[in-house]
Design a protein around this ligand. Structure first.
Ligand code: AQP
Length: 336
């Protein structure tokens, strides 16, 4: 029996942080042996908010290098760059034409990001989830490992696929495969260091709100030293009055590899003065091997480019086949 297909990606919109790692990439690494995996750097998504043309290409390579540094293994996984495969944009157009506008206007991420951009909000930001649906559906994906913030977009992807199948397929011959989200409970939502009620995010204007995977030890120490806490003695999980406490304990558990029950007992009598150095040391140690491997990969750009070239060829073959199937179902003639 062939393996089920997994697809996921990260935008090259800035420095990848612990949320991207614990909510997404680390889970990809853990499950990769069981699946046939496609991991893309979603650089078409990166221009849905104002971007810097001088850094886009470089950031894209850096994210690909981080995938490898975090443990993505080419024996099980294909890594490629989204914009190198035109089928992503073409399927987006076809899906746009069958997606009701009000489905997109309902998306929480659109509402949140549109608020920040005011009058300048672009059509691309509204259309982001359709591009994401195209990314997923092109690969006949079975499972999409993402953080909890992407759950609504996954539901929309399924709704779009159902609509295509209803309009252009038949019960025994669906056009598109319906994917399922794969969301871990622990690490699904890593919160900001400066506000335990909002998610850690690349676009937060405050650098102090996140720990980046490539932060040097001094920066990690400074961010944890200054992160928001509370005046209560003793540390505990799951107290809604103490969101920062829950987040920092969760980070400690995930980065140390200790189960929640063990962390709860270890930290129950600690004050912040004792806990913060422990979290600092654990974070630095957890990120060290990733940072070392990243430097090695980035010192050989030709090797990285050859991986991405191979990845493109493999991914493009699958994507083009699906695109042809959808175009035929929509009633298009085959190219002459
Ligand atoms: N705080 C988070 N906790 C858990 N998972 C997270 N992810 C992002 N933030 C957290 C997961 O990382 C993957 C890639 O995300 P993305 O870069 O494509 O876009 P995003 O979700 O919008 O991430 P950011 O950091 O918040 O970027 P900006 O600020 O540019 O929007 C996804 O699987 C996501 O769930």
């Amino acid at each position: 029996m062939s393996k089920q297909r997994v697809l996921s990606g990260v935008q090259p919109t800035g420095n990848l942080h612990l949320g991207n790692y614990l909510g997404a990439i680390r889970n990809w690494v853990e499950i990769q042996q069981q699946y046939d995996n496609f991991f893309c750097v979603v650089d078409l998504h990166a221009i849905t908010v104002p971007h810097d043309r001088a850094t886009l290409a470089d950031n894209t390579y850096k994210v690909a290098a981080l995938y490898l540094a975090c443990g993505i293994d080419l024996a099980y996984s294909t890594i490629f760059i989204q914009s190198h495969i035109p089928a992503h944009s073409e399927l987006t157009w076809l899906l746009n034409c069958i997606t009701p506008l009000n489905w997109l206007e309902r998306m929480i991420q659109f509402k949140e990001k549109a608020l920040k951009q005011g009058e300048n909000v672009g059509v691309g930001l509204l259309d982001y989830p359709v591009l994401m649906a195209a990314d997923i559906l092109l690969y006949d994906t079975d499972k999409v490992p993402v953080g909890e913030d992407q759950k609504q977009h996954l539901e929309l992807t399924r709704d779009i696929a159902v609509r295509v199948n209803d309009q252009f397929g038949s019960k025994d011959k669906p056009v598109l495969k319906l994917p399922d989200p794969l969301i871990r409970t622990e690490g699904a939502r890593v919160m900001s260091l400066t506000d335990g009620t909002s998610k850690m995010s690349k676009s937060d204007p405050s650098e102090m709100s996140r720990i980046n995977l490539l932060d040097p030890p001094e920066a990690i120490a400074k961010k944890i030293k200054r992160c928001k806490t509370d005046p209560v003695k003793g540390l505990e999980f799951d107290n809604p009055e103490r969101p920062e406490c829950n987040n920092l304990l969760t980070l400690y558990g995930l980065l140390s590899g200790k189960p929640k029950s063990e962390v709860a007992i270890e930290c129950q009598d600690m004050g912040w003065g004792q806990f913060k150095p422990l979290l600092t040391e654990t974070t630095i140690e957890a990120l060290k091997p990733i940072q070392e491997k990243y430097q090695m990969i980035m010192s050989d750009r030709d090797y990285l480019k050859s991986i991405l070239r191979d990845g493109r060829q493999k991914a493009e073959a699958v994507a083009n086949e699906t695109l042809a199937r959808v175009k035929s179902a929509f009633g298009y003639s085959t190219p002459l």
